[in-house]
Design a protein around this ligand. Structure first.
Ligand code: SF4
Ligand code: SF4
Length: 504
């Protein structure tokens, strides 16, 4: 006997809506592998039972699963490999907090470059909003670390304990050697993955080779130890145990993403007009004669759902638009000889999902805005100063000194080589009055380093005509002899001279 049909018929409620609600709840609970009690069948206390259950996600295959796998492989590979890569002898990505500099893909950023972090955050927000407006929670379903690590942990679970039904069976079994062995292997692999994740993550802040050597020698800094433990526990608990609870209760994006939706936003939707009335049948059943829709009520869309919702209930905030229910439902439709797309990405303005996404002017604007933001960010990165100069007039002692019949000020000049191709520089000054630069003018600054010169600026007493004068300190390549070429970095500072001499 068809259990779904019999459950629907068992609903005590005379109200059709409630009967269907109970059926949906029971379907969901059954999809989880829970045993249905009389109370359940009577329609009481269902939600409490449902909300306390563990989710046994069924393995799915299809277009969206392949797409997410490909994206996950790419992102996971980047995440684990990047801390090991070097570009021109420097880490490809290293946020060196102790030295206050960030190496990113051959570029070195300093605290003064924090504006690029702001640009990056603005760019990320624009891209996230544009993506959400166009394809809903595509970030959640395909590229969020929580989703990727959860799927990775579920994959390990599948390998150790089998697919959904075997896992349900295993959990219902009494503890035995075989069960302990399977569970131990699973948790050991989860902990290994958590360790690899923690080391890779901390490796973005602490050179990874040094981190491993320091671990071996038990010399990791206490902050490093703290973050390693934090990320091992965080990964193990979030991806192994909490899973969808993070999306449901902890992630703020899940709460406000709905406000970004428009009538044209594509979201995973069940075509209820086509699917209802749902029910079991044979492939040869005459749908018109029986009044059935295309949904065979197999509950597979619920069984594969990582957040344990029934998409047939309508759009729900926990849905992460992962498309697994689409994949599995298309397989069912295929087997039944029905058209695919009973569950599909569609929008309120285009429930049939027939219209091309790119036919909407709004989408053109969003894509143009996103591309402009990416280009602007790329240009600002490319055009950023690769050398900076910071001039501080020495105020530690007296304002100025009388020396050799003239007045002298002392300056501390810091030159920061953020990635200039050159490493040897010559310091000069440009001013209206005949100032002279005294001290060593030449400096060698390695790429990614800062060095300091102490220089003096002198002027003959008779040439002083004001209390404070502007002096432009300029940096040129050491081999550049002509002063006509534009300097590669410059900063204006002031020269202070005695007022009483001016009044002479
Ligand atoms: S997978 Fe498709 S056919 Fe099966 S219950 Fe879900 S919507 Fe109905
Ligand atoms: S309802 Fe479908 S798209 Fe939404 S989270 Fe569940 S499986 Fe993914």
């Amino acid at each position: 006997m068809s259990e779904k049909i019999s459950l629907l018929n068992l609903s005590p409620s005379p109200a059709k809506g409630l009967a269907i609600d109970n059926n949906l709840d029971l379907t969901r609970k059954k999809a989880r592998g829970a045993t249905l009690s009389k109370t359940d069948l009577a329609g009481n206390s269902l939600s409490s039972v449902i909300n306390s259950g563990k989710i046994y996600t069924k393995r799915a295959s299809g277009y969206f699963q392949r797409l997410r796998r490909s994206i996950s492989y790419l992102l996971l590979t980047l995440f684990f490999v990047m801390p090991w890569l070097e570009i021109a002898g420097k880490p490809a990505v290293l946020f060196d907090l102790a030295a206050q500099k960030f190496h990113i893909l051959g570029m070195t950023f300093w605290p003064q470059d924090a504006i690029f972090l702001v640009y990056l955050l603005v760019l990320s927000c624009i891209l996230l909003v544009a993506a959400t407006l166009i394809i809903g929670r595509v970030w959640c379903g395909f590229s969020c670390p929580q989703t990727i690590w959860t799927f990775l942990f579920i994959w390990v679970e599948n390998k150790c304990e089998g697919d959904r039904n075997q896992r349900i069976k295993l959990d219902k079994q009494r503890w035995s050697h075989a069960k302990v062995l399977r569970k131990s292997i699973k948790h050991s692999l989860w902990i290994l993955l958590s360790l690899a994740t923690a080391y890779s993550f901390v490796g973005y802040f602490y050179p990874i080779k040094a981190l491993l050597i320091d671990t071996y020698n038990m010399q990791v800094h206490y902050l490093g130890v703290f973050w390693l433990i934090f990320f091992v526990l965080g990964t193990y608990i979030n991806a192994g145990w909490l899973r969808e609870q993070v999306c449901l209760h902890m992630c703020p994006y899940a709460r406000f993403q709905a406000v970004m939706y428009s009538e044209d936003t594509l979201v995973v939707t069940y075509d209820s007009q086509r699917g209802e009335h749902r029910g079991h049948r044979k492939a040869s059943t005459d749908l018109k004669a029986t009044g059935l829709g295309d949904c065979v009520d197999c509950s597979l869309c619920v069984q594969v759902c990582p957040v344990d919702i029934d998409i047939r209930d309508g759009m729900q905030y926990p849905c992460i638009d992962c498309g697994l229910c689409i994949d599995v439902c298309d397989t069912v439709m295929d087997k039944m000889g029905y058209a695919s797309g009973l569950i599909r990405f569609s929008s309120a303005n285009d429930p049939g999902g027939k219209r091309s996404l790119f036919s909407l002017p709004k989408i053109h604007w969003l894509i143009a805005l996103s591309l402009s933001a990416i280009l602007a960010f790329g240009y600002s990165l490319q055009a950023r100063d690769t050398l900076s100069i910071d001039v501080i007039r020495d105020r530690s002692g007296i304002l100025y000194r009388h020396r050799d019949g003239g007045i002298e000020n002392t300056y501390q000049v810091k030159i920061n080589n953020k990635g200039s191709e050159l490493e040897s520089f010559r310091l000069g000054i440009i001013a209206e009055a005949p100032f002279q630069l005294r001290g060593n003018h030449n400096i060698y600054v390695e790429i990614g380093k800062v060095d300091t010169l102490i220089v003096r600026v002198w002027i003959a007493q008779q040439d002083i005509n004001q209390y404070q004068s502007d002096i432009r300190f300029v940096v040129r390549p050491a081999n550049q002899t002509s002063g006509d070429e534009a300097p590669i970095a410059e900063q204006i500072s002031s020269f202070i001279a005695p007022v009483n001499k001016l009044n002479k």
